[in-house]
Design a protein around this ligand. Structure first.
Ligand SMILES: [Fe+2]
Length: 305
């Protein structure tokens, strides 16, 4: 039964993963290692927008200029050597065995207020499971706000879908095709986002929903199988956040994971993950357990220039 939000849970990573695979949510209040991470992002964003409060920058410029400033900030953050150190320190501090934990690169996101920018680099996600997008069923998602946020600028979980299948387009979603055609083009999508996404094919009920509001540097952990969405931001401020994903090698080998009720994507995102200690990729024999498609015309791993 997915019915619990654990706050600063006194449990080890093994116990926490079991809870996450049962659909529970985990929240950690800000701590030095997570604050170091969000502070680094805050400084980068503040420098980029050249203003004291980037959450209000959207009111000072046309949306095209906002995209021009924010779009290059995303890869700059992802590939900054400091980012790698900070994420490793934080994940380790939160109890993960870094020898056994693999991480993908953290993403920087902006969700602007009142539909100023709704596509491309500011895309607001409809109800989805990350596992529709070729994430493994044992993937764990981490999410941290960088500035003060509110319920009106949060993300939402839709817990009743945890064990309820919905008709969806994941069977037509090919991760290798997505890597080839869609990811590099995000910044070009300013007014409309036409990239093919594995959406639900039936009417979805937004309620009941759960929103978690934390201080900057707080973290929310959830299973990639959770149905979640971006709340339409009506807070009056842009919400900037960091998110990234982890997988545990023992769980990948043993198959321990969240239950799969309706995810059938083609390909796997596992090649995006690197080991916490030495940044080596996941062993090929493990990837083979999850790779259900030939790469054909696509790209196994997206590498931006
Ligand atoms: Fe997601």
């Amino acid at each position: 039964m997915n019915n619990t939000i654990y706050v600063d849970a006194a449990m080890n990573d093994h116990q926490r993963r079991n809870g996450l695979y049962d659909g529970q949510l985990y929240v950690y209040t800000p701590r030095p290692s997570s604050l170091a991470f969000t502070e680094f992002a805050r400084e980068m964003i503040t420098a980029g927008f050249q203003c004291a409060d980037p959450t209000l920058a959207q009111y000072d410029m046309p949306v095209e200029d906002f995209v021009k400033i924010f779009a290059p900030m995303k890869p700059a953050f992802i590939h900054h050597p400091e980012t790698k150190k900070l994420i490793q320190a934080m994940v380790s501090d939160l109890g993960c065995d870094m020898d056994n934990t693999y991480l993908d690169v953290p993403r920087l996101r902006a969700v602007t207020s009142d539909s100023y920018l709704t596509s491309g680099v500011g895309y607001a996600h409809h109800l989805h499971r990350d596992t529709w997008y070729s994430a493994p069923m044992c993937q764990i998602n981490w999410w941290l706000p960088i500035f003060p946020m509110s319920s009106e600028s949060s993300m939402a979980f839709h817990p009743k879908y945890w064990d309820q299948a919905v008709e969806n387009g994941s069977a037509d979603f090919n991760y290798y095709e997505w890597n080839k055609t869609s990811r590099a083009n995000a910044a070009q999508h300013i007014k409309a986002d036409t990239r093919p996404q594995p959406k639900s094919l039936e009417p979805m009920e937004l309620d009941p929903q759960v929103r978690i509001v934390t201080e900057p540097g707080g973290s929310i952990l959830f299973s990639a199988a959770q149905m979640h969405s971006t709340v339409p931001n009506t807070s009056g401020r842009t919400r900037f956040s960091i998110d990234f994903r982890t997988v545990n090698l023992s769980d990948l080998r043993s198959g321990k994971a969240a239950p799969n009720v309706d995810s059938r994507p083609i390909g796997t995102s596992l090649r995006d993950f690197l080991r916490g200690t030495d940044l080596t990729p996941i062993p090929d024999d493990v990837i083979a357990l999850y790779d259900n498609a030939p790469v054909e015309e696509g790209v196994l791993v997206y590498r931006p220039d």
